[in-house]
Unconditional design. Structure first.
Length: 321
């Protein structure tokens, strides 16, 4: 029997400017966007006089799979991972720019749904998608550049931690790693765990709140708690000790770990892509809402330890490993 299902239009048929119109028309911008898409460049307000800038690239087959994630999920993830980096500097996210590459035969609705996800996450963060570029490539690649405003504060870098400081965390850990294992085993549930792998949900306000509260150093946990704490420890020339009794292992993670024969604490310690924030604070600081103490800053040359002992095994994700 003949197939009566009409073929979906592709980006080649839609054309570059038709695609741009499809993903930008009717979108609302925040007040910080002075001039949005449609010109040679965007104009974004920078009241502080300084701009925090971060870029990430997501490649199909490396950072996402369309048989695991809907295009909307990929769009949300692309924006979220960048805005989390801005928040980790203590800045308020203001806007994002998007670079998009895809094959000519990509269905147009894949791209429009992907950009719908970007706009949805941007709106959740209170920022605008202010511009970008689209090009042809052999596979789907999404590059996002995020901008942020320090609002008169100094940036919170990785290099300010001092011995005696509190080590604290805001956000959940282990969920995305558990979701990756579940998807890799061919399952699509539990949905909450799987969706954590598909797209993170960072608390963008937590970074500025930590800065206001006097955070001495901060980092976005993207590659695994121990791996990223290693970067902070190296930059600050200190040691960091994580106390496992202070780390939350949600009951759902315990259930998934039991079903798959895995230790959920390993997901919490070394799993990436949840994009929680880790920061250090002065010893007697009042932690902002949502932050909880998970350890302490120790003396130099002690590295990152778990309950006072070195961790055995890989601390997290490394590219090209």
């Amino acid at each position: 029997m003949p197939n009566d299902t009409p073929e979906k239009p592709t980006v080649a048929a839609t054309g570059e400017f038709g695609l741009i119109r499809a993903v930008t028309t009717g979108r609302r911008q925040p007040e910080s966007t002075l001039l949005g898409p449609g010109d040679d460049a965007a104009v974004v307000a920078a009241p502080d006089g300084r701009t925090v800038v971060s870029t990430d690239v997501l490649v199909q087959g490396v950072h996402f799979r369309l048989d695991w994630s809907a295009p909307e999920h990929v769009g949300r993830k692309a924006v979220a991972v960048n805005l989390a980096d801005v928040a980790a500097m203590g800045a308020r996210p203001t806007s994002v720019l998007v670079g998009l590459a895809c094959p000519a035969d990509t269905p147009t609705d894949v791209i429009t749904e992907l950009v719908d996800g970007m706009w949805g996450e941007a709106e959740r963060a209170g920022v605008g998608v202010v511009g970008g570029d689209v090009v042809r490539a052999d596979q789907l690649v999404v590059s996002v550049t995020a901008l942020g405003d320090l609002e008169g504060r100094q940036p919170v870098t990785r290099s300010g931690a001092r011995p005696g400081d509190i080590l604290a965390l805001c956000g959940r850990l282990g969920w995305a790693a558990a979701g990756l294992v579940v998807l890799g085993r061919g399952f699509r549930s539990p949905v909450g765990v799987v969706n954590a792998q598909r797209y993170p949900e960072p608390d963008y306000a937590a970074g500025p709140a930590a800065a206001v509260a006097g955070a001495t150093a901060m980092i976005d946990v993207s590659d695994g708690l121990l791996a990223d704490l290693g970067h902070l420890a190296a930059a600050s020339e200190v040691g960091l000790d994580v106390r496992t009794e202070r780390l939350e292992v949600h009951q759902r993670l315990r259930e998934v770990g039991q079903a798959l024969g895995a230790d959920p604490m390993s997901w919490v310690l070394t799993g990436g892509e949840d994009h929680a924030l880790a920061a250090t604070f002065p010893p007697f600081a009042d932690l902002p809402e949502g932050w909880r103490r998970i350890g302490s800053v120790t003396m130099p040359d002690t590295g990152v330890t778990v309950d006072g002992e070195p961790h055995n095994g890989e601390p997290g994700w490394q590219h090209w490993r």
